[in-house]
Design a protein around this ligand. Structure first.
Ligand code: HEM
Length: 319
C-alpha cells in the first residue's frame, strides 16, 4: 500500500470511530442528569419510587412506552390516558418534568419523554436500593392518547389469572414476567375503596373474600372501615416491609395476604404459583435479577412512532 493510501485508511478509520462517539449517546450526560435529579426527589420522598415504576408500567402497557400517559387533556382531546380511572392515582409527574427540563437545557430535542420516564423509574428504584437494569434510549413520544385505550389495556385489580395472563401476553410478556413484575407491589400503597367489596360484600351477602386470611382481613378492616365514597384511605400493598424493594410481597401473597384479587390470583395458575413460591422459599434468590430482565422487556415495547416532545404534557404539534 502506498503511504498515501495508508493515510487515507487511517483517516477513514479514525473518522468512523469519531462518528460512533458523536452519534451515541445522543446526550453525553443523560444518565448522570437523570440519576442526580431523581435521587434529589426520591431521597426526600422515597414513596415516589412506587409512583414512578407504576407510571412506567401504565405507559408501556398502553400503546407501548411512548409517554402517551403523560399527555394532559386539551380542548381537542379531553379524555387522554391520564384521565382514565386507573391513572388518576399516578404520582411522580414532577420528577419526569424536572429531568426533562434539565435535559432540554443540556441537549435540546434529543431525549424523548418516553426515554425520560424509563430512566427516572429505573433510577428511582435504584435509589431505594432495588435492582438496576440498563435503559436503552431512542424511544419516540406518541401523539395519540386515549382514556379508552387505558381502560382496555391496564389490568384491573379485580381480574382473575386468565385475564391477567392475557393482558400481559397482548404485549409479549409471559406469565413469569407477570409474576415477577407484580413483585413491584412490594412497595407502595393501594386505596381502600378498591377492596371494599373484597372485605365487606364479596358475594353480595355481607361476606369477605375467602381468599383473604382471617387475620389479614381483620387488619385490613381496621385500616379500611366500611365507608361509601371514601377515596382517601390507603393501605400498604406489602404489609410486612412496605418501603423495601424485597421479596416480602411474594410472602404476603403466599400467606393469603395479597391486597387485591389480582395479587391473590397469582396462586391460581401452576406456573405463576411455582415462581412465586420459589422466591418465598429461597428468600428471593433471583427476584432482583428477574425483575431487571422483565423490566428490560417491558421498556422495549413500542415507542417507535412519533416525535421528541419539548414538554411532556403536550405534543409539539398535531400534524
Ligand atoms: C398484574 C397486574 C396489575 C394490577 C391489576 C395492578 C393494580 C394496581 C392497583 C389497583 C394499584 C393501587 C393504586 C391505588 O390505589 O392508588 C396498584 C399500585 C401499584 N402498582 Fe400495580 N398492578 C399490576 C401490575 C403492576 C406492575 C407490573 C407494576 C410495576 C412494574 C406495578 C406497580 C405498582 C406500584 C409500585 C403500585 C403502588 C403505587 C403507589 O404507591 O402510588 N403494578 N397496582
Amino acid at each position: 500500500m502506498t503511504s498515501f493510501l495508508k493515510v487515507l485508511t487511517l483517516v477513514a478509520v479514525f473518522g468512523m470511530m469519531a462518528n460512533v462517539g458523536h452519534s451515541y449517546p445522543p446526550c453525553p450526560n443523560v444518565e448522570a442528569i437523570s440519576k442526580r435529579i431523581t435521587e434529589y426527589f426520591v431521597y426526600r420522598d422515597p414513596t415516589l419510587a412506587a409512583g414512578l415504576i407504576r407510571m412506567l408500567f401504565h405507559d408501556c402497557i398502553v400503546r407501548g412506552c411512548d409517554a402517551s400517559v403523560l399527555l394532559d387533556p386539551t380542548p381537542y382531546n379531553n379524555a387522554t390516558e391520564k384521565t382514565a380511572t386507573p391513572n388518576l392515582t399516578l404520582r411522580g409527574y414532577e420528577v419526569v418534568n424536572a429531568v426533562k427540563a434539565a435535559l432540554e437545557k443540556e441537549c435540546p430535542g434529543k431525549i424523548s419523554c418516553a426515554d425520560v420516564l424509563s430512566l427516572v423509574a429505573r433510577d428511582a428504584i435504584v435509589a431505594i436500593k432495588g435492582p438496576y437494569w440498563y435503559v436503552n434510549l431512542g424511544r419516540k413520544d406518541g401523539k395519540i392518547s386515549l382514556a379508552t385505550d387505558a381502560l382496555r389495556d391496564i389490568p384491573s385489580p379485580f381480574s382473575n389469572i386468565t385475564t391477567l395472563i392475557k393482558n400481559f401476553a397482548a404485549v409479549g410478556l409471559t406469565p413469569k414476567d407477570l409474576t415477577v413484575l407484580s413483585g413491584a407491589h412490594t412497595i407502595g400503597i393501594g386505596h381502600c375503596n378498591i377492596i371494599q367489596r373484597r372485605l365487606y360484600n364479596f358475594t353480595g351477602k355481607g361476606d369477605t373474600d375467602p381468599k383473604i386470611a382471617p387475620g389479614y382481613a381483620t387488619f385490613l378492616k381496621s385500616k379500611c372501615p366500611q365507608r361509601v365514597g371514601d377515596v382517601t384511605s390507603v393501605v400498604p400493598m406489602d404489609a410486612y416491609t412496605p418501603k423495601a424493594f424485597d421479596v416480602k410481597y411474594f410472602t404476603t401473597v403466599s400467606q393469603k395476604a395479597g391486597l387485591f384479587s389480582s395479587d391473590a390470583a397469582l396462586l391460581d395458575d401452576s406456573s405463576t404459583k411455582s415462581y412465586l413460591l420459589s422466591q418465598v422459599y429461597s428468600g428471593g434468590a433471583s427476584f432482583g435479577k428477574d425483575f431487571a430482565v422483565s423490566m428490560t422487556k417491558l421498556i422495549k415495547i413500542g415507542g417507535t412512532q412519533g416525535e421528541i416532545r419539548k414538554t411532556c404534557g403536550a405534543v409539539n404539534s398535531y400534524y
